[in-house]
Design a protein around this ligand. Structure first.
Ligand code: AMP
Ligand code: TRP
Length: 333
């Protein structure tokens, strides 16, 4: 069966190894399979749920497109577009926000994390963010949504919204509940400084993440400084238990080398961390440098990047405007 793939990435700068291994690497594989129809969205409407500098936002939108292309997504095969270019996303989000229940949104852990202690000061957009995400997906009848582990709850919500809409308006199977595509392993890459925290764009210390635009020296330095523990490298998976930093670094090694955690453990069993770190840096430099160099090259050609988005917006609009028209009819407008 051919899959309809939809996913989104926020243009909030600092795209990192977690974004790459958790999501973008998977996008590339899906793009390479000719049976799939892929749509990759730069979710700029999601980005403004927290304050953005307009100039930076514009720059980050182009940088996200450049990262997609540099990682291997072919804009002639997949649709790459920015969310704000297709009005149906905002319209759909409003209609679906009248279907979604407060109780459902109150359970979303990402809002709790992002809003922090002072929930009263968070934007309404940050709260209703998952409803916009549901609209993104449902407008395209996406069957599969590749994301990192942190988005699982939002996809469950999307399924609930689809089902309630179909029930409320008695339109069986009109909105299609999508399947999440979350990798079994390595779907959550952790901070290099603290194995219990997710690698994230917003973490203050740049040493906590490998950015996809880092150069060779930065990568080597960050791995050198990455937190480990005083024990030697584990001999088997049991010896890895409770050693969050070692788990994360070995996971990164396994994911980048397309191997399993077990075989990576075997490769470095009993060695010390510095030997392993050298190998890991080498692998990272080999995999990330070509992407980083290509991003820098593409960023010099803004009109090319803008033309990808323009073309993508046109194609996405053709699909989404039909669906939103039907949604409006169903609702009674
Ligand atoms: P965002 O940058 O929040 O828009 O995320 C873009 C994609 O990267 C989503 O599919 C996330 O689930 C994924 N992602 C973000 N951070 C990580 C991480 N630390 N590990 C794995 N996947 C991640
Ligand atoms: N919320 C996702 C994230 O932060 C990004 C996103 C927006 C998305 N719309 C989407 C992902 C639709 C998949 C499908 O990572």
């Amino acid at each position: 069966m051919s899959k309809k793939i939809f996913s989104g990435v926020q243009p909030t700068g600092n795209l990192h190894l977690g974004n790459y291994l958790g999501a973008i690497k998977n996008f590339v594989e899906l793009n390479n399979n000719d049976a799939n129809q892929c749509i990759f969205c730069v979710v700029d409407l999601h980005a403004i749920t927290v304050k953005q500098d307009p100039k930076e936002l514009k720059k980050n939108i182009r940088e996200t497109v450049a990262t997609f292309v540099a990682s291997g997504i072919d804009p002639n095969k997949s649709i790459i577009f920015n969310q704000s270019g297709v009005a149906a996303h905002s319209e759909g989000a409003w209609i679906l926000s009248c279907v979604a229940r407060m109780g459902w949104l109150n359970r979303m852990t990402q809002f709790k994390e992002k809003a922090g202690k002072d929930k009263e000061k968070a934007s309404i957009g940050l709260y209703s963010y998952p409803v916009l995400m549901a609209a993104d997906i449902l407008l395209y009848d996406a069957t599969h949504v590749p994301v990192g582990d942190d988005q699982k709850q939002h996809l469950e919500l999307c399924r609930d919204i689809a089902q309630k809409f179909n029930n409320d308006f008695d339109v069986e199977d009109f909105l299609k509940a999508p399947e999440p595509l979350i990798q079994k392993e390595f779907s959550r890459i952790m901070s290099l400084k603290d194995g219990s925290n997710k690698m994230s764009k917003s973490e203050l210390s740049d040493l906590s993440r490998i950015n996809l635009t880092d150069d060779k020296d930065q990568i080597i330095n960050k791995i050198k400084k990455a937190k480990t523990d005083p024990l030697p490298m584990p001999k088997d998976i049991k010896e890895l238990e409770g050693r969050l930093e070692a788990q994360n670094l070995l996971g990164i090694f396994a994911s980048l080398s397309n191997s399993t955690l077990e075989s990576s453990i075997e490769k470095f069993a009993g060695k010390n961390f510095s030997d392993f770190k050298q190998e890991l840096s080498k692998l990272l430099v080999n995999k990330i440098m070509p992407i980083s160099e290509e991003i820098k090259k593409l960023l010099k050609d803004q009109s090319y990047l803008d033309s990808i988005l323009l073309d993508g917006v046109e194609k996405a609009n053709k699909i989404a405007s039909k669906k939103i028209k039907k949604i409006k009819e169903i609702v009674g407008f």
